[in-house]
Each structure stands twice: as C-alpha cells, then as structure tokens.
Design a binder for this molecule. Structure first.
Ligand code: ADE
Ligand code: ZN
Length: 357
C-alpha cells in the first residue's frame, strides 16, 4: 500500500516581530475572562473572532487593548506565553524575540511585577518544553507620549535582566519617532537593543528618524520605505533588518491586496527582509502561515523562503554586532545551516550564536 508523503516540516526560523498580547486566541481570552471575572462583550469565542474585521491599525488597536483586559495575573501571562511557544514551535520557530506592551497593563492597574513574573515563567517553561529560545523586548506606546515612555523605562529597569531591548509601537501617524529620542538614548545607555515600528502606516521620514534619531537596529514593518529610493539604498547598504508581516499588512489594509505586499520588490532591492506574524491570533495565521501565503500568493520559491528564514537568524540579536549588548536570556543557537555564511556590512554575519553558558 502506498502512503501519502508526509507534509514537509516547516523551515527552521526565528520570529522577530511578535506582540505577545497579539497571540491571545479567542478561546484563551474567554477562559481567562472567566477565571478573572472580567466580562467580554461577546457571546463567546466565535463572536469575538467574528469582530476581527479591521479597517486600519487604529481599528485593530481598539479591540486589541480592550481584549487584553482579561490578562490580570502572572499566571495569565504565563499561559499566554506558553501557548504562543507551542504554536510557534509547530511552525518551525527556534528563536523568538517577543514584544510586550508594559504601559497597556500598567494603565489597567496590573503591576509590572505580575507581567514580568508571568512572562518570565511562561517563556522559561515553554522555551524548555518546545525547544525555543527567547528574548523580551518592551515596547513603548507612542500614543502615550515620551514622558510616559521614560516613566515606563525607569520601572522596567528593575527587571533589566529580563529584557534584551526596547521598541516603539501602537498608533503611528502623528507620533514621529523623534519624540522618543530621550527614552531611546536612555535605553542605549543601559545597553538595551533598540527597534521601532516605522513605515507601517507612517511615511518614510519616520523610518529615517527611527534610524538616525533613535538608533534603531531593526525597523518593524518598514514597507513604506519603497516610496523613498534614497532610503532604500541606505537600508540595503547597511543591511538594516526589516521585520515584514504580510498577513498583518493585509488585515490592517496597509496593503489592499497581495499585489500590494511588497516582499518581492524589497528582496530585489537588496533589503534584509524577514517574515513575521505580528499579532497572529488576530490576523489569521502564525509565522509559517505567512511563509506559505507568500509561496501561494506571490509565487516565492523554496530557495527564497529558505533565504527569508536564514535572514531571520541573521537579523536576530543572537548574533551580536559591534556595540551590541549581550542578551542574557538567549539560550539556544540557530540550527546549522541557518547562520549567515558571509560577513555583512555590519560585521554581524558569521558570528556564532551566543552560548548561553
Ligand atoms: N501593536 C500591536 N500590533 C501592532 C502593529 N501592527 N502596529 C503597531 N502597534 C502594534
Ligand atoms: Zn507590530
């Protein structure tokens, strides 16, 4: 009897643009709502999922912040982190650099201690169980302003050993990166990595500011860079990683259709593109679902998909570059064959993944 061939295992990859709060699946949201006595304004998980029809980043953020009200105690954050790592591992993720939004929890009266304890425990247990190394990146909410970001950084420094970097997220337009120069400078003095969402809905000028004012080492999204050829040359020359999220771009109408998802154009321009899931519980797929959609919808071949996966390790903070801090929570190395073979302009390529010791 002939058997059907087993489906190919997903290519090993790192995930570099993932909001842990955006992995809150409707079923878990309802379990936590019940556990914590926090009502959700939907009859059940199916009705909640049916509300995921977004017209813009703002329309998504409103629901995202409202639904995370069910996250109250350390155990909730631990359950969330473990659930993500299980799903991510099944999609080939070996390493994840994970965003979280401390201000969104502080604003609801959830102590940072609960958030950090829960994420710490969930990532440690899930990382061990599913074989995924992790690092945490705390994002500042740009629509909460620079003073709020500075206050948040000061609170985070009590947990300095638990985070590898800082980022900038939430509503983009009207909140240019330069507003956050001071907090990013303070984070740099602490030896923290710096990344920023820029060029998702905002203009190319925001990407310039993220690079030149904030010192961002990676640009999250960055798809609007293609509107500025000088910026594209700069990003390509410096091999600045771009963490692109195709399903997110479609769901938030950053791209109107697959024809507008510019992954091919970005690769052809020599950009260091990585593929990520952003808020997979809300956008219809985890990271390998994004890879598969690129193959199906844009016709990307296996070699290109493998290149994108290799880029994800190269762009990760596993391979420190000049001036980079030693991430202390990174544990497992990228698998053989996934490390860059040739030096890149920043000298990161070929650096063995850090041995956690
Ligand atoms: N927070 C969660 N997802 C986000 C996104 N795609 N852009 C900006 N902020 C976010
Ligand atoms: Zn994002």
């Amino acid at each position: 009897m002939t058997r059907a061939p087993l489906p190919a295992a997903p290519v090993p990859k790192a995930e570099l643009h993932l909001h842990i709060e955006g992995t809150l699946e409707p079923g878990l949201a309802f379990r936590l709502a019940e556990r914590n006595g926090v009502p959700l304004p939907y009859a059940g998980p199916a009705e909640l999922a049916a509300a995921y029809a977004f017209t813009s980043l703002r329309s998504f953020l409103d629901l995202y912040y409202a639904t995370m009200a069910v996250l109250r105690r350390a155990g909730d954050f631990a359950d969330l982190a473990q659930a993500y790592l299980g799903r991510a591992a099944a999609q080939g993720v070996r390493h994840a650099e994970i965003f979280f939004d401390p201000q969104a929890h502080l604003a609801r009266g959830v102590p940072l201690a609960e958030v950090m304890r829960g994420l710490g425990e969930g990532l440690a247990a899930g990382g061990e169980r599913f074989g995924v190394s992790t690092g945490l990146i705390a994002c500042f909410l740009r629509d909460s302003g620079p003073a709020g970001a500075l206050d948040c950084l000061h609170q985070l420094l009590d947990y300095r050993g638990q985070i590898i970097g800082v980022g900038l997220d939430s509503a983009e337009v009207g909140y240019p990166p330069e507003l956050f120069a001071d907090v990013f400078a303070a984070a740099a003095r602490e030896g923290l990595h710096r990344v920023a969402h820029a060029g998702e809905e905002g203009p190319p000028g925001y990407i310039w500011q993220a690079l030149d004012v904030l010192g961002a080492e990676r640009i999250d999204h960055g798809v609007r860079c293609l509107e500025d050829p000088v910026l594209v040359r700069r990003l390509a020359a410096d091999q600045v990683p771009l963490t692109v999220c195709p399903l997110s771009n479609l769901r938030l109408r950053v791209a109107r259709s697959w024809a507008d998802v510019p992954v091919r154009e970005m690769l052809e321009a020599g950009l260091l593109v990585t593929i990520n899931s952003d808020d997979p519980a809300y956008f219809g797929g985890y990271v390998d679902d994004n890879f598969q959609a690129l193959a199906r919808e844009l016709g990307l071949d296996d070699d290109t998909l493998r290149q994108l996966a290799a880029n994800s390790f190269r762009a990760s903070f596993l391979a420190p570059g000049p001036g980079r801090a030693a991430p202390d929570r990174l544990r497992r190395a990228a698998p053989d064959g996934q490390r860059p073979a040739a030096p890149d302009p920043q000298g990161r390529a070929g650096t063995p993944a850090r041995d956690p010791g």
